[in-house]
Every structure is written in C-alpha cells, then in structure tokens.
Design a protein around this ligand. Structure first.
Ligand code: SF4
Length: 396
C-alpha cells in the first residue's frame, strides 16, 4: 500500500432523521470524549502496522454527524493522523456537517486543524420537506452556515440534496437546486431517497400518513438535474456527484479513491478498511469499541487482524475485479479505465468482460471510450439503470 486515504467514522447524531438506518447513535453524548480518545489510540496502534508503507492523500470524517463533535476532538484526531502517518501537504481533509452545527467558533478550529472541504447536509431548501425528513436544521441555517465557512476561510464546500421525496414535486425540486446554486458551492451531491425498512419514514408510508415516492418522477428530477447542472458549469463525474468546472479540481478526491477501488484505512466503530485484496470492518457498537481499545495495552505487540475487527476477509481475484468494475463504472465521465485495470490485474477488462460489455453496449447502457484512455462508461440511459449494469459485472 503506497498511497491511501483515511476514513474516520463518527457515529453520533444529535437526533435521528426519519429516513435514516445508518449506524449512528443519538443521545449517547456521554460516550463522545472516550470515543475520541480511543480513536486516537486506534490510529496510533494501526500506524505501527501501516505507517512505513503509505502516504495519506485524503482524510474524510463521515458519520453520523462529525460536525456535532466538539471541534477540539476533530482537531485531536487530525493531529494524531498527522503524527502517525505520512500525510501529504496537499491532502484533502473533508468533513460532513449539519448546517445547524456550523458556528464561527467551530469553523475557525476546523480551518486551523486543516479541514479544507466541508460536505453540508442541506437536503432541501423547502422547510416543509426538511421537517418531514426529521432534519434538525432549516434552510435559513444553510445560508448562515455558508457565510460562516467563507469567513473562516473554507471556500470549498459540497451541498447534499435529496430528491424523490413524498409530496415533493418538480417545482419544489427545481427550487431547491436553484437555491443551492445561489450559495455558490464547488460541488453538489444529489441522492434519491431510499425508504429503508424499519425507519419512521417507512412506517408513515406504510400507514398512508405519507404517499409512496413516485419513482418515475424521481427519474425525471434526476434527468432534469443532469441537464441543468451541465448548463450551469458543473461536471457530472459520478452518478450522484457534480463538481464545478474550474482550474481547481473540485472533485472529491477521497471518494474518487473509493470509486477507483484504491486503499483506505477506516477508524472508529463500524469503519471499513480496504487494503489490496483485504477488507475488514470494525465492530459496530460504540461501548464495545471503546472497551476493547481501552483494554489494549500500548506496549502489546500489534498483530493483524486487530481485536476490534468484526470481519476480515480476503477477496478472490474475480471478486476484486468485479468490485473494481462496479465501482469504476460509477465514474460516469472517466469510466472504468483499462490501463488502471491492467496495472492491477495484469489483464485487460475487454478480455475479462468481453461478453458483458458487448451485451450492455448493444442495450445502449454502456459505451466504449476509444483513444489513449481506453475505457468503458455508462451512457445517459445507463446512469438511470446503473444497478442493472453493475449486477452483470458482479454475477459472472
Ligand atoms: S444526520 Fe445523517 S446519520 Fe444522522 S440520523 Fe440524520 S441521516 Fe442519519
């Protein structure tokens, strides 16, 4: 592992959103100080295995709601990563944030700690939709948040928006996108709502309190967004992600690492890691995570796998290739590059997936990019039916 990213999982939220089924804990604030201490410890211990091998090009705080943490905890974790690994001076350091948490004192500490990219969970500009989703912010706070970040010197920010919501219509969606653009983001992420079993939102739909989201309308919203953002000077580089076209590359470097199926180390409860053909996942429960790390003596010899891993598996070459194909095809502009595929697996993707590629090209879902960057990528129709395309690479 020469180059890698670091993912930090912060599984705390101030309150639960109606649609969420992530591994996150609301009202467990008492665990936060100990969680942060043990995150630092996990980073230090892991660096005894990986430190010499890799340089870190990106750090990403996800959750949960990382911005909910005291800013000095975030600062301590970044410091621990910098002290334990070889972090590039150009590293992208991103954090997910709830607009309501973005206050001047926190923003100043984040900036001083090295955070240079924020991903803001705006979700909608319509307060009635935010309320239905159980979000704890209102649109006014998104506007304030952006002003605070700019004042603090963080000018690179993404806005997350959701579409395909109950009661949402094309006009309200277009209004949200337009208001998001007025906030001059460098990046936009649009996600269709998935109604997950067992969530309060699913219960409200099952009991007819809310209507079932209209899938055809959601597809129209997505198609409209693709055309509109292209007109507004944004490049769609991934199925759900757009970056402002500029001399600066505003694509999320950390997420590109996932889509190219490269290496990353994940720290914290429920964090996943990926190194070569190995995948592992830390245990999901916060109390157990803290307990295991606290009990681990600093002087003890470090052996892989570490005791707090819940799973640790080695992929077969076919699985690794399938995963690489599936992830790479999400990059709608770059696609799945044959040079990178050959470098990793020693054979061409056109040889390995000849049958699937021919069939999907015939169906109008894939196209072959000729020239130096010989690649395959989704067509516009293929972007709408991405899952059907990915399955073809995973099943064979
Ligand atoms: S903030 Fe995110 S992780 Fe937390 S409850 Fe809401 S959707 Fe889930």
């Amino acid at each position: 592992m020469k180059e890698a990213g670091v993912y930090i999982h912060i599984p705390f939220c101030k309150s639960r959103c109606q649609y969420c089924d992530f591994n996150t804990s609301a009202r467990l604030e008492t665990f936060i100080p100990n969680y942060c201490l043990n995150l630092v410890k996990e980073i230090q211990i892991s660096s005894r295995i990986f430190q010499k091998e890799c340089s870190i090009g990106s750090i990403y705080f996800g959750g949960g709601t990382p911005s909910y943490l005291p800013a000095n905890c975030i600062q301590a974790v970044i410091q621990a990563i910098q002290d334990s690994f070889n972090v590039s001076s150009q590293a992208e350091i991103s954090m997910e944030a709830n607009p309501a948490d973005i206050i001047p004192s926190k923003a100043a500490i984040w900036h001083a700690a090295g955070i240079n990219r924020l991903s803001i969970g705006m979700q909608s500009a319509q307060n009635v939709e935010l309320k239905m989703l159980g979000r704890r912010h209102r649109f006014k706070e998104v506007v304030q948040a952006v002003n605070i970040l700019r004042t603090a010197g963080i000018e690179n920010y993404n806005l997350d928006l959701m579409f395909g919501l109950p009661h949402q219509n094309m006009q309200s969606w277009q209004g949200s996108v337009t208001k998001a653009l007025d906030l001059a983001p460098t990046h936009l992420s649009f996600y269709a709502l998935t109604v997950e079993e067992g969530t309060p939102l699913a219960a409200e739909i099952q009991t007819n309190i809310l209507p079932t989201p209209d899938e055809d309308l959601a597809a129209e919203m997505y198609e409209w967004a693709m055309d509109f953002l292209a007109e507004q000077g944004f490049e769609q580089y991934e199925i759900s992600n757009w970056a402002k076209k500029d001399e600066v590359d505003y694509r999320c470097q950390h997420n590109i690492l996932y889509w190219r199926n490269r290496d990353y180390l994940g720290f914290g409860a429920a964090a996943h890691s990926h190194v070569g053909d190995q995948r592992w996942e830390n245990g999901t429960r916060v109390p157990e995570y803290i307990q295991m790390l606290s009990r681990f003596s600093e002087n003890k010899k470090v052996n892989f796998p570490l005791p707090w891993f819940e799973t640790c598996t080695k992929l077969t070459s076919a699985e690794d290739m399938g995963e690489t194909a599936m992830m790479g095809l999400r990059l709608v502009e770059e696609g799945l590059r044959d040079d990178l595929f050959q470098e990793r697996f020693g054979k061409s993707l056109f040889e390995v997936y000849k049958e699937q590629i021919n069939e999907l090209v015939r169906l109008g879902l894939l196209e072959v990019v000729e020239g130096e960057a010989h690649a395959i990528r989704l067509t516009k129709r293929g972007r709408l039916l991405g899952n059907q395309v990915f399955m073809r690479f995973l099943m064979d």
